[in-house]
Design a protein around this ligand. Structure first.
Ligand code: DGL
Length: 265
C-alpha cells in the first residue's frame, strides 16, 4: 500500500500550492495530480455542481489506485468532503480542517479572519471547523473573488492587487483580527502583499502548508509512508495542457513538461 501514489485534485492550477508542500515535506512520495481545467473555476459555482465535479475528479484518481485522496481545492473541500469520504474507502483529506486547527492554535485574541472564494465563504465551512475546535473564537469571513484571476495573471506585487487587497481586507482589520486563514489555493502566492496590507501583527495561515502536515501524520498513522526517494508527480488536466503548464509552472517553481489531457466519466 505504501508504494501507491497520493492522489491530489483541484479545479485547476491552484492545488499545485498543496502538491508543492507535500513534495517538500514527503520527498519519498509519488503524486498524481488532477486539475479540472475544463470546468474551473469552482469558486463561483453552486454546491451541487461542485459536489458532482469533485466526485468525478475523485473517481478518476481512485481508479488509478491511489492510497489517499487530497482535496486541494478549498471550495470542493467546503462542500464535498463528507460525501467523498463516504463514497470512497480510503483516507480523504481536505484543506479546511488543517487550516482551521492551525489558526485556532495560533490566535492570541480569539478573532480569526478567513478569506476564500464565494463558494467557500458561503458554505461557512471554515467558521464551523474553527468554532467546533473552540466555540469562543470569533470568525470574520470575506469572499475575495478577484484574487484568483490576479494570481493567474501573475500580478503578485502589482498595484492593482494591493488596492484590491486593501478593499477586501479593511473590514477584517476593522474587526481587529490577529490571524487570517488563506482559504483558497491561490492565496499563498499573495502572502507578500497581504502581509504588507495587514501589517505584521496579523499572522497568515497557509492552508496548503497545514494540509501537507496532516497528510504526513495520516500516512504515518496508517503505516502508508513511502520513504524511497526520489519523488515523482504525474499531472492530468481536463482541458488542453498549455495554460496549465504556463501558469502552473509559476505556481510550482519548476517546468511542467509532461501533462496529459483526460476525460472524466
Ligand atoms: N481552487 C479554488 C479554491 O481553492 C480556487 C479556484 C476556483 O475557484 O476554482 O477554492
Amino acid at each position: 500500500m505504501s508504494e501507491r501514489s497520493i492522489g491530489v485534485f483541484d479545479s485547476g492550477v491552484g492545488g499545485l500550492t498543496v502538491l508543492k508542500q507535500i513534495l517538500q515535506l514527503l520527498p519519498g512520495e509519488q503524486l498524481l495530480y488532477l486539475g479540472d481545467t475544463a470546468r474551473v473555476p469552482y469558486g463561483s459555482k453552486s454546491p451541487a455542481t461542485v459536489r458532482r465535479y469533485a466526485l468525478e475528479a475523485a473517481a478518476f484518481l481512485v481508479h488509478h489506485q491511489v492510497k489517499m485522496l487530497v482535496v486541494a481545492c478549498n471550495t470542493a473541500s467546503s462542500v464535498a468532503l463528507d460525501e467523498l469520504a463516504e463514497r470512497f474507502r480510503l483516507p480523504v483529506i481536505g484543506v479546511i480542517e488543517p487550516g482551521a486547527r492551525r489558526a485556532v492554535s495560533l490566535t492570541r485574541n480569539g478573532r480569526i479572519g478567513v478569506i476564500g472564494t464565494e463558494g467557500t465563504i458561503k458554505s461557512q465551512a471554515y467558521t464551523r471547523a474553527i468554532q467546533s475546535l473552540d466555540p469562543c473564537v470569533e470568525v470574520f469571513a470575506a469572499a475575495c473573488p478577484l484574487f484568483v484571476p490576479l494570481v493567474e495573471e501573475g500580478w503578485l506585487e502589482h498595484q492593482v492587487t494591493r488596492l484590491t487587497a486593501r478593499e477586501y481586507l479593511q473590514p477584517l482589520l476593522n474587526r481587529n483580527i490577529d490571524t487570517l486563514v488563506l482559504g483558497c489555493t491561490h492565496y499563498p502566492l499573495l502572502k507578500g502583499v497581504l502581509q504588507e496590507v495587514l501589517g505584521e501583527q496579523v499572522q497568515l495561515i497557509d492552508s496548503a502548508e497545514a494540509t501537507a502536515l496532516t497528510v504526513a501524520e495520516c500516512l504515518r498513522a496508517e503505516n502508508r509512508l513511502r520513504v524511497v526517494e526520489p519523488s515523482r508527480a504525474r499531472f492530468f488536466v481536463t482541458d488542453v495542457p498549455e495554460r496549465f503548464q504556463r501558469v502552473g509552472g509559476a505556481f510550482l517553481g519548476t517546468a511542467l513538461n509532461e501533462v496529459e489531457q483526460v476525460v472524466l466519466d
